[in-house]
Design a protein around this ligand. Structure first.
Ligand SMILES: [Fe+2]
Length: 139
């Protein structure tokens, strides 16, 4: 069984509990999607798994954005824009997956999600978490 993102590592944690819990869950979802896309032939199930991940991404982004609003985060619009771009990209990459036969195991979707997750959490989410820890409360 391929674990595309491997194990969750302490270095992914940003030190803000709600964000870390959601990131860990999102990380698990990407691993599950990777396993299932590579092994199942049920198209509707694959579509529903991609939908599950997309719905969770939207929930998680809304959660982060609400924390940003509450704490008057100066980079709010820039960060929100990155979230919007990800939602657009997931639908583009997954449409390509479902409409063509080029990528039967979904490697493009998973590679895209892995790169995005690791880059986004390590850079823009870390900046936000550092801001939160320095400035105000999360709750
Ligand atoms: Fe984010």
């Amino acid at each position: 069984m391929v674990e595309y993102l491997g194990e969750w590592l302490a270095e992914y944690e940003l030190g803000v509990e709600d964000i870390d819990l959601q990131h860990h869950f999102f990380f698990n979802l990407i691993n599950r999607l990777a396993r299932e896309l590579a092994t199942t032939k049920d198209i509707q199930y694959k579509i529903d798994l991609v939908n599950e991940l997309t719905v969770y991404a939207k929930f998680h982004f809304m959660s982060e954005e609400n924390m940003m609003r509450k704490n008057k985060y100066p980079q709010f619009m820039h960060h929100k824009f990155q979230h919007m771009e990800l939602i657009d990209s997931i639908s583009r990459v997954s449409n390509q997956f479902f409409l063509t036969e080029d990528d039967p195991k979904g490697d493009n979707i998973i590679n895209f999600l892995r790169e995005w997750f690791l880059n986004h959490t390590e850079k823009v989410d870390r900046e936000f978490a550092d801001y939160l820890k320095k400035n105000l409360s999360v709750g």
